[in-house]
Design a protein around this ligand. Structure first.
Ligand code: IPM
Ligand code: MN
Length: 345
């Protein structure tokens, strides 16, 4: 089986991460790569972060692999980042589920007093929430402009995605109880109470899976103090953004964290972190987030055994010491790529 994969190399460390991931991908699967430009450098050159023709390529590909995008000085007149693809791809293609696994890999030291067993997935609602206000106006006198959007349809489909994921995923929380945790702020915001109510309605369709609700502040503490309790977490977009970086901080850093942006007919896969321009081009960036995003892409394409081969090679290379990660998350990009390819079985 051959797949047509659109590739956005992105900004900063993006191109070197994507080179690394493509070398691994080509070692496990038959793929046709179609490169498209996207991000801040593309915005500077062409006045748009993603040209129409490139969007067409993405729409006709089987899936898209995207490097991190964004450059510190490339801003829109309203001060927000130009070159971001989030609005264009996540909202434009209705990729409503932002799926972010948080897994402590062997050989990686957690900042917590935990050796293993951190293994949960954050399902971040990707098209509504507070980010629904992106690009909308702020006046000069006040900034009470960013309102939070929660719809029944949007909440229902993300809750269902989370329960379906919990029904099929490998790995279990420490007590072996399959659960979906709704993280919200239903005690303060009515929109969040609505999100929770719809979550509980959907939960009733899945009697075999425990449904629990936790306020976001308490969840932030619990992810640090008892991360092994969690299985699948479902939450609003901005909460998911923050908690996924927090989760990354407990498993060796966001440089180890992949994510998928998944809709009914399109999907793209990327690291959850930014483009780290300060270390770009120095063979220092950790490519594991991009390599693991590639494995998620293969799962999505219906080739989970190829995805498993990549994940097993990453685990093997980390646990036998052939990958050295510096405490600040940097490493040697090319050496890590070779170690992962060398560990493929
Ligand atoms: C992420 C990023 C983006 C987000 C930014 C760059 C818009 O932080 O993918 O987590 O907040 O969604
Ligand atoms: Mn983020």
């Amino acid at each position: 089986m051959s797949y047509r994969v659109a590739v956005i190399r992105g900004d900063g460390i993006g191109p070197e991460l994507v080179d690394s991931a493509l070398a691994v991908l080509e070692a496990v699967a038959d793929v046709e790569i179609v490169e498209v430009r996207g991000g801040a450098a593309a915005y500077l050159d062409q006045g748009t972060a993603l040209a129409e023709a490139d969007l067409e390529v993405i729409l006709t590909a089987d899936a898209t692999l995207k490097g991190p995008v964004g450059l510190p000085d490339v801003r829109l007149p309203d001060g927000t980042e130009a070159g971001l693809l989030g609005g264009i791809l996540r909202n434009g293609l209705d990729l409503y589920a932002n799926v972010r696994p948080i897994t402590l890999l062997p050989g990686v030291r957690s900042a917590l007093r935990v050796d293993d067993g951190i293994d949960y997935v954050i399902v971040r609602e990707n098209t509504e929430g507070l980010y629904a206000s992106r690009g909308k106006g702020v006046g000069n006198s006040q900034a009470m402009a960013d309102t939070l959007l929660v719809t029944r349809a949007g909440s229902e489909r993300i809750a269902r995605y989370a329960f379906e994921l919990a029904s099929t995923r490998q790995g279990a929380p420490e007590d072996g109880v399959r659960r979906v945790t709704c993280v919200d702020k239903a005690n303060v915001l009515r929109s969040m109470f609505f999100f929770r109510s719809v979550f509980l309605e959907v939960a009733a369709e899945y009697p075999g899976i425990e449904a629990e609700c936790v306020y976001v502040d308490a969840a932030a503490q619990a992810l640090v103090m008892s991360p092994r309790h969690f299985d699948v977490i479902v939450t609003e977009s901005m909460f998911g953004d923050i908690l996924s970086d927090l989760g990354g901080g407990t498993i060796g850093g966001v440089a180890l964290c992949p994510g998928g942006n998944i809709g009914a007919s399109q999907a793209y896969f990327e690291p959850i972190h930014g483009s780290a321009p300060s270390i770009a081009g120095q063979d220092k960036a950790n490519p594991l987030s991009q390599i693991l995003a590639t494995a998620m892409m293969l799962d999505h394409l219906g080739a989970p055994s190829a995805g498993d081969r990549i994940r097993a090679a990453v685990r093997q290379a980390l646990s036998n010491g052939s990958i050295q990660l510096n405490p600040d998350g940097t490493t040697r990009t090319r050496a890590v790529t070779e170690a992962v390819i060398g560990a493929l079985t």
